[in-house]
Design a protein around this ligand. Structure first.
Ligand code: BG6
Length: 458
């Protein structure tokens, strides 16, 4: 379909958790910015009414960022609601009515993937899918085969050019900055390769547990929840070749290429952990072997990266909530001047946004010795920055696919983790507020251990 602006936004799962936490705040922000001037139709099966949905939207905003009365009044006036079973044709007949002549709506499936097929068929049979876009949320499957099946289900009705797969990490400013910082600065590119980089580490630490999402988490685990998607996207931006500026799919092509160049993970490169107490969470099996922590070592078989180990460590109930990338450079010659590896480039992606370049300078005094320092840029978010969901929903409605995952990229990312799914290694228990099981330290023993995370900047 053409890149026309979507003329209605339909969101399935309107009374669910994702809508409550993420979608309503994004809708209000889009309205405030004048980026949402069309009917917004919630669909769910909950026995709710439009008045209930408006009340829920207000409640969600009060808890997540605050109610902007002016924007909320506009949003609330545009809000419609269809209550019905996703398998019932009457639901889609009611949706058609609410679409009120819209000819190219965007349908956002904020629902579990098992319901995708039913909704997509309902949309197709009722004519609501014609000239429409579809926005879907991760997880895009549970493994390669189910991702392929899911894609086939979607493609039965929607062409790939109309499919918008949200990985909200791609919508984050500091994640996009990884790509831009690399290619907008002449000093970086000559050293961004196996000749100068010793290792790369990414830590995604969360100090909280599964926050009532035990049932969801049992189906996922850290590898499926954040490594196959968010973390690999970060590696993609860190490691890909420069996209060209001459055609729109170039970034996707480079993402796919880098994912295909990552060697499928071996169980030898994996340590899994589970925080003590996880098994007592609601919805979690008493003998669950699902990991809440995973550390992996990846190898990228490319001309640029051959031999450079990439590490990812992600977990719940760790000592802090921080996501950080550490690119450690090789020691300079005459390295007796340095006690340890303090030549590095550090990207703190959250909660604060920092780029730090670790260097050594002469310690003032008579001795010819050095000490470590860090050249640092701290980004202070200014009032009204777009958050990831606002940006991605707006882009989807405009038909801009740059920041969405493409089918072949999703499948290539599954192929990387495929050998370590299904309890490939034992799961070790760890205490909350520690850095996961001690076994994970062995992975990085050859590169001086894990490097994360300096305290959050004041
Ligand atoms: C989600 C995962 O995709 O990302 C969560 O399902 C995780 O488990 C979250 O907590 C992290 O997102 P952010 O934006 O808070 O880093």
């Amino acid at each position: 379909m053409s890149a026309a602006l979507s003329d209605a936004l339909v969101f399935f799962g309107a009374t669910g958790d994702l809508a409550y936490k993420m979608i309503f705040p994004a809708l209000q922000a889009m309205t405030r910015r004048g980026r949402l001037d069309v009917p917004v139709i919630g669909v769910a099966k909950s026995g709710a009414t439009l008045a209930d949905l408006r009340a829920r939207a207000r409640d969600s905003l009060a808890r997540h960022g605050g109610v902007d009365e002016q924007a909320f009044a506009k949003l609330s006036a545009r809000l419609r609601y269809v209550d019905g079973d996703y398998g019932d044709p009457a639901t889609y007949a009611a949706l058609r009515q609410e679409l009120d002549g819209a000819t190219h709506p965007a349908h956002y499936l904020a629902i579990p993937p098992r319901a995708f097929g039913t909704v997509i068929e309902g949309l197709a049979a009722s004519g609501c899918a014609r000239d429409a876009r579809v926005i879907v949320e991760k997880p895009f499957g549970r493994d390669l085969a189910s991702a392929q099946a899911l894609n086939a289900t979607i493609h039965r009705v929607f062409d790939e050019s109309s499919v918008f797969r949200i990985d909200h990490y791609l919508g984050k400013e500091p994640v996009q900055n990884l790509l831009l910082f690399r290619f907008a600065n002449t000093f970086l590119e000559p050293i961004w390769n196996r000749n100068y980089v010793a290792s790369v580490q990414i830590t995604m630490a969360e100090s909280f547990g599964v926050q009532g999402r035990g049932r969801f988490y049992e189906e996922a685990g850290a590898i499926r929840d954040v490594i196959q998607n968010h973390m690999l996207q970060v590696i993609g931006f860190l490691a890909m070749e420069a996209p060209t500026t001459t055609y729109a799919e170039s970034i996707h092509d480079e993402q796919v290429k880098i994912f295909r160049t990552i060697r499928p993970l071996s169980p030898d490169d994996l340590v899994r952990g589970q925080f003590r107490g996880y098994r007592n969470e609601e919805g979690v099996a008493p003998d669950s072997t699902v990991e809440t922590f995973a550390a992996v070592r990846l190898h990228i078989d490319s001309w640029r990266w051959d031999g450079v180990p990439f590490f990812i460590r992600a977990g719940k109930c760790l000592p802090t909530t921080t996501t950080e990338v550490m690119v450690t450079l090789k020691r300079p010659p005459l390295s007796h001047l340095a006690d340890n590896d303090t030549n590095y480039v550090r990207f703190r992606l959250s909660p604060d946004v920092v780029i730090g370049i670790g260097a050594r300078v002469k310690r003032p005094g008579e001795e010819m010795v050095t000490e470590p320092t860090e050249l640092k840029v701290v980004h202070k978010p200014e009032g009204d920055e777009m958050d990831a969901y606002e940006r991605l929903l707006g882009d989807a409605m405009e038909g801009d696919r740059t920041l969405f995952a493409r089918q072949d990229g999703v499948e290539a990312a599954w192929a990387v983790v495929e050998p370590i799914l299904h309890d490939a290694t034992p799961v070790y228990e760890y205490d909350c507020s520690t850095w996961g099981p001690g076994q994970a330290d062995a992975l990085t023993a050859d590169v001086g251990g894990w490097h994360c995370c300096a305290p959050v900047s004041p």
